[in-house]
Design a protein around this ligand. Structure first.
Ligand code: GDP
Ligand code: IMO
Ligand code: MG
Length: 419
């Protein structure tokens, strides 16, 4: 069976840490969408590692790791990540398989991303500028290059054809940029990918399922950044919800067992776009400091705010979440009181659902105030959790109808409590 683990907010919920913790229970850990816009942080023996395209099961003995067809891979970024892992003893030739149907990001995709953002003026998406949007556009536009193409004698021709199209588009944007140096690196990195285990991901994973093996599908970004259901147009360019595990790996919906949804005990967002519970005051600053809320990929300060249960209930619905995981509960320890948004007031109406255009009218979040934990105990086991933190989790369960199965109370690998 397949369990899916994904973020229910705007990304950076702590997916990497939780996948690393759960990985010993699985035979395969598979990424199914996104690309190097993701930054999944793991703490392995005191060392901080940020994974971008490679699944977060690589540090665990048991699972094999798969980059599924739904992912977009930039060979240059991939090689950097792979070299860092190899330097600390991870043998990717053994630990990793890559779907031949995963699409490739080429250097001109990055230029197109920059050109598109520049053309947006004030209303920038705040993209990570990794070429994600343009690469998915070429996928759906039926122009893309795939990992399997790296093994084709026509690779150079296909690459040049795509580049030509991109240069024409860039000239329409009137965008000056040079991809020459990156191109050389791209072909060197492509040689490296060719030396890895390139497979038919869908046959590989379905064979594992037939053998009764367990698969953990690792989401990237968060459901509020989903291309269909997120705060469009301030979203990423892939479907990030549980349904994307099927299309991004080639598995049937009936193979899915649990959907584990991760929320931070508060909320963050990087880049532009609506964020109803954002705190632009000193409290927001306190959250950013206590939670070290700076982007794992770009280093950008993350916008911080209180937990938004209108958004969480929406994404629980979209994903069919069966288990909730709450991370960064320790960060809220600094507050006497914590707030949780239960509904929005828009105009004179109260809403418990996400409106079509969340940017159109000012949204006033309606909060319930709960007692903070303010504990000076080390929280190691369920018995150490302060009553007010247990009350917070019970409150979340009451409001979402989904129980909390893990609470994370620190960045370290074992700093969590399971129920
Ligand atoms: P991901 O993209 O969902 O994997 O999350 P990121 O790695 O981008 O951001 C999560 C950040 O919070 C990382 O720096 C983690 O090391 C850190 N983190 C994860 N869980 C916890 C937690 O329970 N407490 C604290 N304080 N930090 C955590
Ligand atoms: P992980 O997997 C947080 C955001 C960007 C931007 C928007 C579009 O680490 O949770 P893109 O590069 O996809 O064109 O950017 O989406 N974004 C993320 N925010 N975590 C992520 O990934 C993100 N990946 C993209 O900041 O607002
Ligand atoms: Mg991240």
């Amino acid at each position: 069976m397949v369990d899916v683990l994904l973020g229910l907010q705007w990304g950076d919920e702590g997916k990497g840490k939780i996948v690393d913790f759960l990985a010993p229970n699985y035979d395969v850990v598979a990424r199914f969408q996104g690309g190097p816009n993701a930054g999944h942080t793991l703490n392995i023996e005191g060392k901080r590692i940020v994974l971008r395209t490679i699944p977060s099961g690589v540090f665990c003995e048991r699972p094999c790791n798969l980059i599924g067809n739904g992912v977009v891979i930039d060979p240059i970024e991939f090689l950097k990540e792979a070299k860092e892992l190899e330097a600390i003893g991870i043998n990717l030739r053994k630990k990793l398989k890559i779907s031949q149907k995963a699409h490739l990001i080429v250097p001109t995709h990055r230029l197109l991303d920059a050109a598109s953002e520049a053309a947006k003026g004030e209303e920038k998406i705040g993209s990570t500028l990794k070429g994600i949007g343009p690469a998915y556009m070429d996928k759906t536009g039926r122009n893309g290059l795939r990992v399997g193409d790296l093994q084709s004698p026509d690779l150079k021709v296909k690459f040049e054809q795509l580049k030509k199209k991109h240069l024409e588009l860039l000239s329409l944007y009137n965008f000056a940029g040079d991809s020459g140096e990156l191109e050389k690196k791209w072909f060197e990195a492509a040689d490296y990918i060719r030396s890895l285990d390139i497979v038919s991901g869908e046959y590989f994973i379905n064979e594992k399922l037939r053998e009764g093996k367990l698969v953990l599908a690792e989401g990237a970004q968060g459901s509020m950044l989903d291309i269909d259901f997120g705060t469009y147009p301030f979203v990423t360019s892939s479907n990030t919800i549980s349904a994307a595990a099927c299309t991004g790996l080639g598995i049937p919906p009936t193979a899915i067992r649990d959907v584990m949804g991760i929320i931070k005990a508060y909320c963050t967002r990087v880049g532009g776009g609506p964020f109803p519970t954002e705190l632009t005051d000193a409290t927001g600053e306190d959250l950013r400091k206590a939670g070290h809320e700076f982007g794992a990929v770009t280093g950008r300060p993350r916008r911080c705010g209180w937990l938004d249960l209108v958004a969480v209930n929406y994404t629980i619905m979209l994903n069919g979440v069966t288990k909730l995981i709450v991370t960064k509960a320790d960060v809220l320890n600094i507050f006497d009181e914590v707030k949780v948004c239960e509904s929005y007031t828009i105009g004179s109406d109260e809403h418990k659902s996400i409106p079509f255009d969340i940017t159109a009218a000012p949204i006033v979040p309606n909060y319930t105030t709960l007692q903070g934990w303010k504990t000076d105990h080390a929280m190691k086991t369920a018995a150490d959790l302060p009553a007010s933190l247990n009350d917070f989790m019970q409150y979340v369960k009451d409001k979402t109808n989904v129980g909390v199965s893990i609470v994370s109370i620190g960045a370290g690998r074992d700093q969590l409590v399971t129920f």
